[in-house]
Design a protein around this ligand. Structure first.
Ligand code: 9WN
Length: 439
């Protein structure tokens, strides 16, 4: 079906406007009432198409949550509201003693994927005036990721909680999450399931028990990942996060040059080499396989997390030596492990599901990161591919058609072709705007 660009653009814009709270934007009207890190980076990119000044404010509000150690936290809370989201800022307990920044800014104690430099670069290319201080913040963020989250110098970012990945209940985490004994069921009350049409599309209580247990363990060391006890059960080098890091880090190098920041430039070049030189050693699944595939590395168990998920496909952002033709590779994956059965109601043949349909035991087409198609993943894939290639055009076109037909949902069931999670989802709108702008 042809895309009606003007109508889609107007609807996308109204989604972002409806979710706007002063200088920043909620990911969704009811389910997510605070500022989320990678959401706001995507939102800033979308805002560029109609309000560059709002894009700058969004981006800077997000980055002002940065801790004094460089970490950009996954949530910056709106402290004027209470009880609308669990866990709230009181539960996290990240006050100035923990964050090293003013008590007037309350955040969570973990991170999300480092797409921030991608957003900053897009803003700068569009003529938004970012300052040297904005560069310094990004540099401190990348330095933190390499120093604290890659303390072994393996060239990959370690996450310590599934929420850090942004792909919370992905089956990638099942073994690590359920592979340790939960000594005591934590006390808490979740509110997310009251805020969606289909509560069964959200992660289960078993998962939440462990999400909360991990938060409590992290809280006991003031979220200092460099001080985690040796028995901390969830430590995984995240292949998607590391690919996003490499793509974002690459963008920072010319900015450092432009500012004449030579020691920072050298450090960033060093980070880039660290990731690229060791990419295959850290993430390549089976070196002898005809088709390369990339998986997370479980640092506790010392093994790869063998699974076909969208995370491995995001290697296109990194440009590793083992990946000769990323476009042909994605085409091949879409015909192989990511192919949908012929019974699928929608022609989503060129979209990459969060978990590959071939992973029959764990694939659930409507359940969050266990199968649905997410728009930010399709967008990230298109950033790593030649924009003129047929596959990049197909991913973009199929995504736009899906949103046009179904709505601005959080995620989409690729078998039924239906929208799930929350409606009015900001990054779906933002990235649609960006694609329309680029067309
Ligand atoms: C936990 C806001 C966030 C996204 C994540 C998505 C979901 C939160 C939740 O919503 O996670 O951080 O409560 O489920 O998984 O990617 O950033 O949209």
């Amino acid at each position: 079906m042809p895309i009606s660009s003007e109508a889609l653009r107007a609807k996308a814009r109204s989604v972002l406007e409806a979710n706007r709270v002063g200088s920043w934007t909620k990911p969704a009207p009811h389910l997510y009432p605070h500022l989320w890190s990678w959401d706001s980076a995507f939102i800033a990119i979308g805002l560029l198409s109609f309000d560059p000044e709002a894009a700058r404010r969004e981006y800077q509000t997000l980055m002002q949550g940065q801790w004094s150690n460089g970490m950009v936290p996954h949530i910056r809370f709106d402290t004027s509201i209470e009880g609308e989201y669990f866990p709230d800022h009181n539960f996290w307990g990240c006050d100035a003693r923990v964050t090293g920044i003013s008590n007037s800014i309350r955040t969570s104690g973990i991170l999300q994927p480092p797409v921030h430099a991608l957003a900053a670069t897009r803003l700068r290319r569009a003529g938004v005036d970012l300052e040297a201080e904005d560069f310094d913040r990004l540099f401190a963020w990348h330095h933190y990721l390499m120093q604290v989250r890659d303390s072994e110098s393996m060239g990959g970012i370690t996450i310590v909680h599934p929420w850090e990945s942004g792909m919370d209940n992905s089956p990638r985490w099942d073994r690590a999450l359920f592979g340790y004994e939960l000594k005591e069921k934590p006390e808490y009350k979740r509110v997310d399931r009251e805020r969606v049409e289909h509560p069964e599309d959200r992660p289960g209580d078993d998962e939440y028990d462990r999400y909360v247990d991990l938060v409590l363990r992290l809280k006991s060391v003031d979220y200092r990942v460099d001080r985690l006890p040796t028995d901390y059960p969830f430590q995984i080098k995240d292949v998607a996060m590391s690919a996003m890091f490499a793509a974002a880090n690459r963008e920072l190098i010319p900015w450092a040059k432009e500012l004449g920041k030579n020691s920072e430039r050298r450090a960033l070049e060093g980070y880039q080499l660290r990731v690229l030189d060791q990419w295959d050693k850290t993430f390549l699944s089976k070196p002898e396989a005809a088709r390369p595939w990339y998986v997370d590395r479980d640092m506790v168990r010392g093994q790869g997390v063998e699974l076909f998920s969208c995370a491995g496909a995001l290697a296109v952002l990194t440009d590793p030596a083992s990946l000769e033709a990323p476009e042909a590779w994605i085409e091949d994956l879409c015909r192989g492990p990511f192919a949908f059965s012929d019974a699928a109601k929608r022609p989503l043949r060129r979209l990459v599901a969060s978990t590959a349909p071939q992973e029959r035991e764990v694939f659930r087409p409507n359940l969050y990161w266990r199968g649905p198609v997410w728009i930010n993943i399709q967008w990230l894939l298109t950033q790593g591919l030649d924009p003129e290639s047929p596959i990049a055009k197909q991913i973009r076109q199929s995504s736009l058609e899906l949103v046009q037909d179904v709505g601005f949902y959080e995620y989409f069931d690729p078998v039924q072709g239906t929208g799930h999670g929350t409606d009015g989802f900001s990054w779906t709108a933002a990235l649609v705007l960006d694609w329309l702008e680029a067309a």
